[in-house]
Design a protein around this ligand. Structure first.
Ligand code: GLP
Length: 247
């Protein structure tokens, strides 16, 4: 299937994903690269850091940014995307603060914070490579089902499972809203190159819908079918429904 790469093992998956990032840096040392947090990308971030130690390529001009951030939590909370990215990759690469862009966890003016983030990315020449995770409901970042394709950067919501976990971990009372601030689907589609990464059986059903189903806002990731330069990097478990007729 065009644009689909299937890794033969989880190890191979992490290696191939890390290689996409390393190659981008080597090919264009002033690249702007977007990263996603979560169980899918954790190991590949660490592999990029390991390769950096081994190979010592130049990261002095790269800008990294996070696709999204959880809101109304402390930025030092271990589950905040900025903390996760720092721990997994940013600190190991020694990236300066002004070359690591994140949406804030807290703000009094979300539209202004979102505009500023878009402008910062734009000022550096736009997104060269965006590594995207995939939600089990088809979300990209915090763009949940129903998000319009033309949506710019915005304050959205979490899926119920993630919200329950973060509420418990941060001991946030039920009355205090949590949320997710994220690049919108329009910003995502403007990236020059995208690598969508999905591993594990729990992603198999949505991977099939994303790739073989209709392009619909009910499955936000289906919009990637329209992107001119998107690779779908899967492991065999995530790809298991692609050949048969099962859903
Ligand atoms: C969260 C994040 C997304 C991430 C997704 C997948 O919802 N906001 O950016 O891509 O989860 O996470 P995982 O890789 O753990 O399945």
């Amino acid at each position: 299937m065009k644009g689909v790469t299937i890794a033969t093992s989880v190890r191979d998956f992490d290696r191939l994903a890390a290689d996409r990032v390393v190659r981008q840096i080597k090919d264009k040392p002033d690249s702007v690269i977007g990263l996603s947090t979560g169980r899918t990308t954790n190991a590949m971030h660490r592999q990029v850091a390991e390769r950096f130690v081994r190979e010592g390529f130049d990261v002095g001009r790269v800008t990294f940014f996070g696709l999204d951030e959880v809101t109304n939590v402390s930025p030092s909370y271990s589950g905040a995307c900025c903390t996760m990215l720092r721990t997994e990759i940013i600190d190991a690469l020694g990236i300066d603060d002004n070359r690591f862009l994140m949406l804030p966890t807290e703000s009094n003016d979300w539209p202004a914070a979102c505009r500023l983030f878009e402008q910062e990315i734009e000022r550096r020449g736009g997104i060269d490579l965006l590594m995207l995770g995939l939600g089990e409901n088809g979300h990209l970042g915090f763009n949940q089902p129903g998000t319009p394709f033309e949506q710019g950067t915005w304050l959205s919501r979490m899926d119920a499972e993630l919200e329950a976990r973060i509420r418990q971990e941060t001991q946030t009372p039920a009355g205090v809203p949590l949320g997710g601030v994220t690049l919108g689907l329009r910003n995502i589609m403007q990236a020059r190159r995208i690598v969508l990464v999905a591993k594990g059986e729990r992603k198999a059903r949505i991977v099939r819908q994303m790739l073989l189903g209709p392009v619909t806002t009910s499955v936000p990731a289906s919009v990637l079918q329209r992107h001119p330069c998107c690779e779908f990097l899967l492991d065999t478990d995530a790809a298991k429904y692609l050949s048969g007729r099962e859903v």
